[in-house]
Design a protein around this ligand. Sequence first.
Ligand SMILES: Cc1cc2nc3c(=O)[nH]c(=O)nc-3n(C[C@H](O)[C@H](O)[C@H](O)COP(=O)(O)OP(=O)(O)OC[C@H]3O[C@@H](n4cnc5c(N)ncnc54)[C@H](O)[C@@H]3O)c2cc1C
Length: 448
Amino acid sequence: MVLRVAIIGSGPAGVYAVEALTRRGDVAVDVFDRSPCPFGLVRYGVAPDHEKIRSISAALGNVLDQSHVRFLGNVDVGSDISLAELRLFYDAVLFASGAATDRRLDVPGEDLLGSFSSTEFVAWYNGHPDAPLDTFTLDARSVAVVGMGNVAVDLGRLLAKTADELRHTDIGDHALSVLERSHVTDIHMIGRRGPVQAKFTTKELRELGEIANADVIVDEAELVLDEASEQLLATRPAAQRNLKVLRDWAAHLPSGRPRRLHLRFWQRPVEVLGATRVTGLRVEETRLDEAGNVVGTGRTATIDAQMVLRAAGYRGVPIAGLPFDDRAGIVPNAAGRVVGDGEPLLGLYVAGWIKRGPTGVIGTNKADARETVASLVEDAQLLPPAPNRDPEDVLRFLTQRDVRVVSWAGWQAIELAESQLGQQRGRARVRISERHELLRAASGAATL
Ligand SMILES: Cc1cc2nc3c(=O)[nH]c(=O)nc-3n(C[C@H](O)[C@H](O)[C@H](O)COP(=O)(O)OP(=O)(O)OC[C@H]3O[C@@H](n4cnc5c(N)ncnc54)[C@H](O)[C@@H]3O)c2cc1C
């Protein structure tokens, strides 16, 4: 009997799970995504000027474009169809739904106007259909970006670049026109720890120095290492490379470019200032204690900022019907098998960020998904068969609910429409961002 599997999420983890499953042969896989478009954060996270990384979507697309695999876009599992309902149609359900929300700073003023999560900003510039187009105006002169990982570096870089430096990408019209009118001159990236502990990679860091219109400003005093950092440095070649780049920047005077990227270490935000709108960010200098924890020194300063972006990490969100580890922000699991009350829940699996948390690069999800699929395949004989085995049943069910499912052909029609829009603008491709526009582009090709 063909094993019928539903995968929730068409990001890297979901697609790599499809790849591993279809190697097994007698399977039929339906991949659900709440977005009309596939590929998760490869489309909606990776920055528009990182075209090479984004091109991974071509390889992911080849996996989804197989006869025994269907893409069911624009279906939100939870509101359009529940987990219990899904189990009427599938022998196994695998969640690869990512980590959709951000970690909070837990400081006063965090919710003032002008204070945003990186999730909001990234979704906006990448044209996610759930992100309102008019959220950002970039009339702030000075922006504080809290965080020192690659996402924070993406935000800093995109704010520092001119619209002309992004015009060759597929960035949506809404974002490009705001970037064209941007008032931002100063971007302060704030790290709670030092340069050795920072999580960015050297390649991403170096790119900050290649922005035509921006100087990178680093204070040499913040690069001085304590004993613990020296010890850590000795074991981390990547941190040694980063430190070299940072020391080079610290040794040079700014060349007077119109924008400035200030990289600040050993600072933690203690309050977002303002009455209704952000007017600044109060930070406290930090150091490491004997146990290696970050502690405040009591010395505070105010950073001029009319906009704050927090890039302090991502978090999974609970899924109705599945257990959730609130502390770790993941679904508890053993090798991808969902675990409830210490026991594996037969037929339910997780892969990717919702399984292990928001760590690693795109490729990390491959081994992760393979592990989960190995567990699923091992369980296959034990799984009670779903009662509704006709592949059309789930489509009829969704049609009755008035859900407009976007098929793989629908997605290909979206791709074509984005290329055509690009041609009209004299660009290779332009993103379509609004859901109704995406659905319009997909219509006519929406049969599964
Ligand atoms: C801003 C940012 C930039 C990044 N840049 C890079 C980079 O340059 N290079 C790199 O290697 N890695 C990068 N990463 C990391 C990489 O994107 C992740 O490792 C990877 O996307 C995680 O894969 P995933 O499949 O677990 O989750 P995701 O990619 O988030 O995919 C989850 C999918 O599930 C769908 N979904 C969620 N809930 C539901 C539901 N209820 N119903 C239906 N569908 C649902 C979502 O719409 C989404 O499509 C970046 C991450 C971020 C946040």
